[in-house]
Every structure is written in structure tokens, then in C-alpha cells.
Design a protein around this ligand. Structure first.
Ligand code: BGC
Length: 755
């Protein structure tokens, strides 16, 4: 949402009496604008005191049919085949020319999930701050930090002249092997919605249109363009769609990107149920739906189902929203009012997000501020999974062995459209065995950072290629730190959860040589840990961004308390997961957009029979014990929870508990509240809230939170309502999903809520 000195504009379509007043004013203005060129010296829609949708209609009323059509489709902002980069494009994923005659800005679209991307290095030498992965950000459970991430990335994007950000990615981590999990936030709809919503709200506070994606159920990469996700509609509402719903409520994202895949037999970008009924109908979404790049398959069907803008059109088999749409409107197959609605929605977002009133002014970025944000996310996102007392490493340590993971040079990042060319230069580029492309290591050497934390120690590095040699070095050291990594990238899922390149063997060998072995994991999601019993400590660092080496070193020395908590369940073994492997044949169909004349492969069905029981919910339903549960993470201090109380007041459920730091040093507690309920609740366990608290030793705080009523409800798809069944609900609190020592039973009456 726009934050300006003038009174805030509600980013909602005008409703009720107010709408009538505004409409009357609008008619007067429309009449005025028809006869004179400007309003108080400008254009009628220049007036920032008017509602965004009204300003949009005023501008729309002045547009020619050609101008309208020019806004509803766009191409790549980069060269393609023999086509050069479009004139006016900065050089990025997408570009829709503006309409200077009417003062309407170009839509310069950049990927920006984890920093401003630079695909194919099209903007030669243009490096940006490489942020930690979204799984790292989410592991902080810190919405204020997510907001700051969004604002920081948006500031960097605006400094380059970008006007549209293609992120946050709020798909659920439904498959632990998912190739884009590092771009996603969690397996839980409330947590994902809150964190992605905060990041997008932060971005839009800088007056830029931001996009929630990929709507919906693009939870796997394998054959994503040929994938038909079959899921019970109510289960979708209670899981993936709820994440979008919450993120939208909290961010008022200007745009939503529809996904590549089909949902229940219909492509997401021509899916009337998803776009018209759920998004624009039930959720009353006033912004616009843009397609993913190569995700459009029709003109009339898509237009009527609610798609407002075709993106990256060279990647579709034809430019569906260019001449074919013009013809369809001329023929009456797509009503003129629908075209006007598309344009009005795009313009509404341009006004509501502040882009029109405050266009970007290219200039320098505040690199130090960006670095501070990247470092803070890396610090808060580190999850200490195991500690036999090895950590924090004593300042007395005289000799340390640092092994593997290019830890002498940098830290890993994920691949695909979110890839950032890091400021400071690529530390290492290693060819990938998984897909075409390189693994990029960000320039933040853990080795150098450790030297800073342990100035008196002799610190030696071994690249880990020879486990025997690495073990020898480890045996001579006070402690060994092994950096292990798993590269993940858009367009491919991991074949399994095993660390690639026999790194398990390396860890086994080092841990056998030195029990004071600390394993640092740079992975795109959960991995298996057959060596866990032998390791002295394990730190999950995710892809920690271009300050990540520093954060890891600080956690090892104890300069910071590792305060992240898992937002995904780590299974003990893959047999515990809903399916043996990601559905589809990774080699069976072309990967990613295929462009002109290409084919998308034969559609195949992936049945998501687990429905809304994603991640920890699945484990709870099955009574399975994970390796590390959702919400888990150790600290250098310890915490106790007590005095859980729950009450209802006018249908609103409130829960409180007291959290105390019972250890010897300051640290961060993240008390979590869960709910389970009567049989009508299809889901056995739900996260309903949390707080992130910094507590001094001995300090106690009482936490109180109100529970979103949708989290007590099941979705009744036939009636299109959330229904709360009467009965006894259990509210529990704990420091992770599997350890909820406190609980309270609450009788709740029946009620129902609109979607
Ligand atoms: C990805 C989107 C991205 C777009 C533009 C697609 O392949 O799925 O997330 O925003 O490309 O780069």
C-alpha cells in the first residue's frame, strides 16, 4: 500500500454510498475532462486526493483503443532471438511501454524476489544486493524484517528505474524437493501469507507495483508447464489459496501473477474459478492479473476468465493479447467492457501504488543500508539444529579446520529468474549438473569472517574433495567446520533429499576424525542427515546472501544468538513424505517456457491427495516423527512457556502465554500457538500465531494474540463460506510444532464467515 504524506488512499474499489458520491464526482470530471485538456493545470487523474480506481477511470476515458490494447500485453525487456531489446526498456524480464501522451509510465518489470535480478547479465556489470533466500527470511518469523527486505529491494529497483517487481512468491513448500522452495517462505499458509505480505507491503511502501506469484499451486518445478494439479477445492482454500489471501490482505499487492500449471484441468491463467471467482470475486481483488512468462494459451478463454495482462509474450505460442485480442473485442467475443476492466485494473494499481505520483528517479543506492539488511536477515534466519555443547566455539580455540563448500570464497545462492548478480562480484561460478547454468556463490567468505571472529586462531581451509585429506586436517584441529551445500534452481526439483556429490561421506569422515565437527548447511530446503549423531553441531544457513559468511561466523563464535526457527519440516526419511518423489517425469517434457512453435509436453496429472495437510500437518495426521519439526530451532539460551490461557469473546478467540528466558544469556524466543479441533476440521493441527521476542536472562513477557477466525474454520466450497463447527478446540503453545507443552480447551460455538 502507498504511504504518502497526504491521507492514505484505500486500495479498494469504491463501494456503497461513498462509491456513489465518487461516481457522481467522476461523471462530472469525465464531462470536464472531455472538454478541457487538464485539471487545475494538469490532467484530471493528476489529482492525488481522488481514489485510485477513479483516477484510473478518468485516464481510461481518454485512451484510444490502441492505447488500451498496448497496456494489456508486453514482451521481454531483453533481446530475444533476432529481436533487439525494446527501445525504452531498461533490460529485464518484462517491458510494457508507457503512454507519454497521458503521463502513464512504462512498466519496467524486474524479478526481485531476493534482490534485483539481472537475467543473462543484460545490464552489463549491474550488480545488486543478493539477499538471503526467502526460506532464510521466513525462518526469522520477523514480519518487520520482511518488510525491510521488501523496502530495501524496492529502493534498489527504483534506483535503476524499475516500476514493477515480480515477487513475492507465496507458493507453499508442499514438496520438500521443490526447486523453488528457496524462493518460497514456508509450508504454512498463515506464516507464508504474513511474511510474503510484509515483504510486498515493504516494497510497495517505496511506490512500486509488486506482484504476488505464482497463482496458484505451482509448488513443483517438474514439468510445470504440463502439470495439472488435482486438488479438492476446499483443501486448496485452506492451504495454498489461504496463503495468497492473507498475503493480499496484508500487502494490497498491485499485481498477481498466474502460474504455468493447470489447476483441476484448467490452466491457471485461464482458470475462471481461480481468477474470477476466488481472486476477483470472493476476495474482491482490485488489482490486475499478469501471466507468468509463457503461461498463456488462449485469447478469449483467458480474457473471460480474468487474465488482465499477457507477459513475456514471445514465450507464448502467439501474442494472444495483441492482435488476437483486438480482433476478439472487435468481434464481440470479448466485450469491450472486459478490455476496459483490464486496463482500469492496471491503471488502478499504478495509481494506488504511488507510481504515477512518485515515479522512480534513477540514482545511487545506499549500499551500506542494503548490506545491513542482508546481514540482519542472514543472522535472524540461521537455524541451530543441533548443539552438543560445541557451540559457541570457545574463543580459546587455537586451530580450526574449515572444509568444503567453497567456504574460502563465498556462500551459495539459488538459480533461475530470481538469481542476482551480487554486488562485489560472483565469488565462484561452478557448472551445474542439474540443469544448464552455473551455481553462483555470493562474495561473503565464511573463512575470512571466521578469521575476524577468531583472530588468535590458526584457521586452515581444505576444499573437501578428498575426504581422507579433509579428515586429517580436522583431526589436528580444535574443531572442524564443514560447509555442505545443495544447489536448487527454478525449472528442476531435487531428485531426492540427499546432499549431492557424496558430501555425506565427507561429513562422516570429518566427524569421525573430530567429534567437535560443526556442519553448516547451505541448502534450498530440507535435506537428510545420516551423520547427525556424529556431528557436534548443525547450523542451517539456507542460502544466506551476500553477508551470509559473516552471519555464520558470528553464530559460531557466539557473537549472535542463532534465532531462526524452521518454517519447513525436516523428515527423518523420504518414506515419511506424502509421495515417494515429485510427480511427473523430470525428463519427460520440456522445462520452462518453450516459446514460438514449441510444445508444452503432454499434460500429466499430479493428485495432491494430502489436500491441506501440508508439512507438519501431514506429519501430525500420520503421527510421524520428523527429524526436525516445523518451528524448531535451538538458541544459546533456553526458554520456558507457562500459563497458557484461551478465551472467546464475541466469536474471537484470544490466546496468551508467558515466555521466560531461563538461560544465562540474552536470546530470541519464538513462542508458537497451534490449534486442533473437532472432527469437522480436516486439518489436525494449525499454526495460529507467534511472537518473536528478545529476552534478557530471567526476563519474562506475556504474549497475547487474536486468532484469525479462518484458522478455526473449514471451507465449505458449495456455500462459498468459512464455517466454524461447534465443539471443543484445543489451543496449544510450544517452541515448535512437535513440542507443545501447554494446552487449553475451549468451547466454540458455530458460526460462518464470508470468504
Ligand atoms: C518465473 C517467474 C518470473 C518470470 C520472469 C518465470 O519463468 O516463473 O517467477 O517472474 O519468469 O522472469
Amino acid at each position: 500500500m502507498v504511504r504518502r504524506k497526504r491521507p492514505p488512499i484505500a486500495f479498494e474499489r469504491s463501494a456503497g454510498v461513498v462509491a456513489l458520491c465518487i461516481r457522481a464526482a467522476a461523471l462530472a470530471l469525465l464531462a470536464l475532462s472531455a472538454t478541457q485538456p487538464g485539471f487545475a493545470g494538469g490532467r484530471p487523474w493528476d489529482d492525488p486526493s481522488l481514489a485510485p480506481d477513479l483516477r484510473a477511470r478518468l485516464a481510461l476515458s481518454q485512451m484510444s483503443q490502441q492505447e488500451k490494447l498496448s497496456l494489456v500485453h508486453g514482451g521481454l525487456g531483453a533481446p530475444w532471438g533476432h529481436e533487439p531489446k525494446p527501445a525504452g526498456a531498461i533490460g529485464s524480464a518484462g517491458y510494457v511501454p508507457g503512454i507519454p501522451r497521458l503521463g502513464l509510465p512504462a512498466l519496467q518489470e524486474t524479478d526481485a524476489e531476493l534482490g534485483v535480478a539481472n537475467p543473462g547479465h543484460i545490464r552489463r556489470g549491474d550488480a545488486a544486493t543478493a539477499m538471503p533466500s526467502d526460506l532464510a527470511l521466513a525462518s526469522s518469523w520477523d514480519e518487520a524484517l520482511a518488510r525491510r527486505q521488501g523496502a530495501t529491494v524496492a529502493a534498489e529497483a527504483r534506483a535503476r528505474g524499475f516500476t514493477v517487481l515480480l515477487g513475492g512468491a507465496v507458493n507453499l513448500v508442499r514438496h520438500p524437493r521443490g526447486g523453488r522452495n528457496f524462493e518460497y517462505f514456508s509450508e504454512d499458509p498463515l506464516l507464508s501469507g504474513a511474511m510474503a505480505g510484509a515483504a510486498v507491503a515493504g516494497a510497495q511502501s517505496r511506490h512500486i507495483v509488486t506482484t504476488l506469484k505464482h497463482f496458484a499451486l505451482n509448488d513443483q518445478e517438474t514439468d510445470r508447464v504440463a502439470l495439472d494439479v488435482q486438488i479438492d477445492r476446499a483443501a486448496a482454500r485452506e492451504s495454498d489459496l489461504l496463503a495468497f489471501e492473507i498475503a493480499l490482505e496484508r500487502s494490497h499487492a498491485g499485481s498477481v501473477m498466474c502460474a504455468y500449471n493447470q489447476v483441476n484441468g484448467v490452466y491457471a491463467c485461464e482458470n475462471d474459478w481461480l481468477l474470477n471467482q476466488v481472486l476477483k470475486g470472493d476476495w474482491r481483488y482490485p488489482g490486475y492479473v499478469m501471466s507468468d512468462w509463457g503461461a498463456v494459451h488462449s485469447t478469449v478463454r483467458s480474457a473471460l476468465a480474468g487474465l488482465d495482462q499477457e507477459s513475456g509474450e514471445q514465450l507464448d505460442t502467439q501474442n494472444f493479447f495483441d492482435l488476437p485480442l483486438a480482433k476478439a473485442v472487435a468481434d464481440g467475443a470479448v466485450p469491450q467492457t472486459r478490455l476496459d476492466d483490464m486496463v482500469e485494473r492496471i491503471l488502478t494499481s499504478i495509481f494506488a501504488c504511488g507510481l504515477y505520483d512518485d515515479p522512480p528517479r534513477p540514482g545511487a543506492i545506499d549500499a551500506q543500508a542494503s548490506d545491513r539488511t542482508a546481514l540482519q536477515i542472514a543472522r535472524e534466519g540461521l537455524v541451530l539444529l543441533k548443539n552438543d555443547g560445541v557451540l559457541p566455539l570457545s574463543a580459546e580455540a587455537r586451530r580450526l579446520a574449515v572444509i568444503g563448500g567453497h567456504a574460502d570464497k563465498g556462500v551459495l545462492s539459488g538459480g533461475g529468474s530470481s538469481q542476482v548478480l551480487p554486488r562485489g562480484g560472483v565469488a565462484v561460478a561452478e557448472p551445474s549438473a542439474l540443469i544448464e547454468g552455473d551455481l553462483i556463490f555470493d562474495p561473503s567468505s565464511p573463512l575470512e569472517a571466521l578469521k575476524g571472529q577468531f583472530p588468535g586462531a590458526r584457521i586452515e581451509y581444505d576444499d573437501g574433495r578428498d575426504p581422507g585429506r579433509a579428515a586429517k586436517l580436522a583431526a589436528q584441529a580444535d574443531a572442524a567446520i564443514v560447509f555442505a551445500y545443495q544447489w536448487m534452481a527454478e525449472t528442476a526439483d531435487a531428485p531426492d533429499l540427499v546432499l549431492p556429490n557424496r558430501q555425506d561421506k565427507l561429513i562422516e569422515a570429518v566427524a569421525a576424525a573430530n567429534p567437535r565437527t560443526i556442519v553448516v548447511l547451505e541448502t534450498g530446503g530440507p535435506v537428510l542427515m545420516p551423520w547427525l549423531d556424529r556431528a557436534g553441531a548443525v547450523i542451517q544457513a539456507w542460502y544466506p546472501g551476500q553477508k551470509g559468511g559473516q552471519a555464520v561466523a558470528e553464530a559460531i563464535s557466539g557473537a549472535i544468538d542463532p534465532s531462526g526457527r524452521l518454517t519447513v519440516t525436516f523428515p527423518e526419511n523420504e518414506a515419511q513424505l506424502p509421495r515417494a518423489r515429485v510427480p511427473g517425469d523430470p525428463k519427460g517434457a520440456p522445462r520452462g517456457p518453450v516459446g514460438r512453435g514449441g510444445h508444452y509436453g503432454r499434460i500429466f496429472v499430479a493428485r495432491y491427495d494430502e489436500g491441506a495437510a501440508v508439512g507438519y500437518k501431514w506429519f501430525a495426521e500420520r503421527g510421524e516423527r520428523p527429524l526436525f519439526p516445523f518451528g524448531f530451532g535451538l538458541s544459546y539460551t533456553s526458554f520456558a512457556l507457562s500459563d497458557l490461557a484461551a478465551s472467546t469473546n464475541g466469536g474471537l478467540v484470544t490466546a496468551s502465554a508467558t515466555v521466560r528466558n531461563v538461560g544465562g544469556r540474552a536470546g530470541v524466543a519464538i513462542p508458537q500457538f497451534y490449534l486442533s479441533g473437532p472432527a469437522e476440521l480436516s486439518i489436525p493441527l494449525r499454526l495460529v500465531g507467534w511472537r518473536r521476542l528478545e529476552l534478557q536472562p530471567g526476563e519474562a513477557r506475556r504474549v497475547t494474540l487474536e486468532i484469525d477466525p479462518r484458522l478455526l474454520a473449514h471451507f465449505d466450497e458449495a456455500a462459498r463460506r468459512w464455517r466454524i463447527a461447534p465443539g471443543a478446540y484445543v489451543i496449544s503453545a510450544g517452541l515448535d510444532a512437535a513440542h507443545r507443552e501447554q494446552s487449553a480447551v475451549l468451547d466454540v460455538g458455530a458460526s460462518d464467515l464470508p470468504p
